[in-house]
Structure formats: C-alpha cells, structure tokens
Design a protein around this ligand. Structure first.
Ligand code: UT7
Length: 330
C-alpha cells in the first residue's frame, strides 16, 4: 500500500563547466576519430573543468538554482546528499562544501558513493526520509569531475566522460499523489574488477610505487561492462513496470543514465518505445556518472518534455556494479 506522503521533486538545477572538448579535439590527443566515437557511443562533445576550476563550484551553482525553483531559502534545507565519486577532496565531503557554499546552516550533509547509480540511490534515500518527515526538504546533488580521473592516453576511456552537476530538492507531497511510486536499488560486486579507480583509496599509500600509474585513473573493460549494463537496464525497467501493473507505453518519459547511446537505444527497443519517450543528451555531455540523470531531468523539463502528472522511469547502472530504477509521478 502506498504511504500517505511521498517524496517529490520541487526544484531542479544544473551547471556544467564552460570548456567544451569535442571529438575533433580528442582526435588531436589520442588515436581516435569523430566517426568512431559517434558511432560507438553517440557522444559528440563533453564539458570539462579548466585546470583552475573545481566541481564544487558547479555543484553549488546547480544547488542554488534548484533551491530557487523550489522557492526555498538555504535554511529550509534539512539534509544534503551528494552522489559523487570525484569530490574536490576526500575530506571534507563535497556535500559539506555545498552546505557551506549555499549557506544551508541547518542541514546535515554527506556524500554517497554508488558510481553512476549514485543519484538514484540518493533520491531513493531522500524519498524514504521524507516519507517519515514530510516537512523536510532534502537537497540531492549528483556532481562529477571525471576529467580529473581520466587517463588522456587511454583512448578506450578518455572519449567517454564529461564533468558537470545536477541538483534537485525533494519535499513531501501530502496528497501522496506525486513523487516516488516504487524503486529498485541493487548491487553486484562479483565483477568489480571490470571498472575501477584504485588510486586515492586506502589500499595504497600516497605515491605508493606498488600501484601502477594507470590505476590512478578510471579503468574499464568496456565490452564486458556494456553487456552487463544493457542486460541490467532492461531487467530493472521491466521489473518495475511489471510489479506495478504497467505497460511501457504508460510511461510519459524514460530518463536513463547516459553512458552510451547504444545502451539507451537497446533499452528503448526492448521497451518498444518511440524515440521521443526516451531522453538522450549524451551527445553534448558524454558520461557524467552520478550527474547524468539530474542533468537529463533538468533538460527534459526545460524542453517541456515533463508535465504535471507525467509518469517517469529513471534507470541507472554503474561501476561496482550498482544499479537502480525509480518510477515517479511528476
Ligand atoms: O557508466 C556506466 C558504465 N559504463 C558503461 O556502461 C560503458 C560500457 N561500454 C561501452 O560503452 C563500450 O564498450 C565502449 C564505448 C567503451 C567501447 O565500445 P565497443 O563497441 O565495446 O568497442 P570495443 O571495446 O569492443 O573496441 C572495438 C575496437 C577495438 O579495436 P580492435 O581490437 O577491434 O582492433 C578498440 O581498440 O575499437 C578500438 N577502440 C577505439 N578506436 C578508436 C577503442 N576505443 C577507441 C577509440 N577510438 N576511442
């Protein structure tokens, strides 16, 4: 039975660095081509930080915009959850920098690490907290600076990632008619070696010579990850639809994690949905991990593709592996 209160999104924001790296720019850095990247990934360009920029600046910008749209003051925020695997520092957390940056003096703040599924993990958590505390406002941010963890000599990964931040404010809906309807949240660590970022963790000392230099960057066995990602994205979507007695066609819009256009297209075909029902912006941002869904959500709204009462399906998959899906009434 549905709880009386559910968490709904009452404000959205996004912010990305100004600097754009196109596929043609990448042709000058590694042996690749615009044609290969476009065909294999759907990416044309991505935003990346300048050397003197940090991702907290953009996370704060996105948060302020979300707060503004929600018509709230920083003191109205009770909790900040930031999904990221690339915070400015390991300590303090990115959520703390956001708390300070927006002046949310009454808010608790912590980071959550669940790779590309991190934003959905955070949104699910926020919904559950709001169910028990319907007058709370929770700022949920997805922000990544993947360009700082990219090996610019590895053409198999450096063409994929981008930087950016998206934020939403979650508040209670007393009618219980809007907000999160159902969710799936999961993980499978049996293949964790397929996608790693080992440098910066505590298995090794700083400057530890036992750790090969390329392990300070994101490493991925793309083909293997691709196979698991396509399977999982479909499984989550179908399971959520089935257990809620819905058909794919009942959905107003699907917002998938933007990792690869071919993964998104596979999902769309399996759900037998027309192109306009599945949101895509990977061409302009690349894979921004935890930031990808809030950025997509923001753009979908700006483009008028989400209206009051719409039924949305959000679905993500990422390193770990982690996966998550969420059905929501807007
Ligand atoms: O964010 C969540 C987790 N991430 C994902 O879900 C990403 C999943 N994986 C993928 O999106 C795809 O596997 C990639 C886009 C990473 C790679 O596409 P692919 O179609 O799986 O290519 P591949 O790895 O099978 O490589 C095919 C060929 C190889 O050459 P050979 O061995 O066939 O001669 C690669 O060396 O393409 C080559 N290649 C490239 N060529 C030009 C790999 N990267 C590049 C490149 N430019 N950037």
């Amino acid at each position: 039975m549905r709880a009386k209160f559910s968490g709904r999104i009452i404000g959205c924001g996004m912010s990305v660095p100004e600097k754009v790296l196109t596929n043609f720019d990448l042709e000058k850095i590694v042996e690749t081509s615009d044609e290969w990247i476009t065909e294999r990934t759907g990416i044309k360009e991505r935003h990346i930080l300048r050397d003197d920029e940090v991702i907290s600046t953009f996370a704060i910008e996105a948060s302020k915009e979300a707060l503004n749209e929600a018509n709230l003051q920083p003191e109205d925020i009770n909790l900040i959850i930031t999904a990221t695997l690339t915070p400015d520092f390991l300590m303090p957390s990115l959520a703390i920098l956001i708390q300070n940056g927006i002046g949310a003096g009454r808010a608790g703040a912590f980071d959550l690490s669940a790779t590309c599924s991190g934003f959905l993990y955070a949104l699910i958590l926020a919904d559950q907290i709001v169910k028990n505390n319907p007058d709370w406002h929770i700022l949920v941010v997805g922000a990544e600076a993947l360009s700082r963890k990219t090996n610019w000599e590895d053409r198999t990964t450096c063409v994929l990632f981008g930087d950016g931040a998206g934020a939403v404010v979650v508040g209670g809906d007393p009618s219980g008619e809007k907000g999160v309807i159902d969710f799936i949240l999961g993980a499978d660590g049996s293949n964790w070696q397929l996608l790693t970022l080992k440098g910066g963790g505590s298995a090794y000392f700083p400057f530890d010579e036992r750790l090969p230099k390329d392990e300070h960057y994101i490493k991925m066995q793309g083909r293997e990850v691709f196979k698991i990602a396509t399977r999982m994205m479909e499984k989550i979507a179908l399971e959520l639809l089935e257990r809620n007695g819905l058909k794919a066609n009942d959905l107003s819009l699907v917002i998938p994690h933007q990792a690869n256009l071919r993964i998104i297209e596979y999902l769309r075909e399996r759900l037998d949905l027309p192109k306009e029902k599945v949101f895509v912006n990977i061409d302009r941002y690349g894979n921004t991990s935890a930031a990808s869904i809030p950025i997509a959500l923001y753009e979908a709204r700006k483009q008028g593709r989400i209206k009051d009462g719409d039924l949305l399906l959000l679905v993500a998959f990422g390193g770990g592996f982690t996966f998550a899906g969420l059905l929501m009434r807007w």
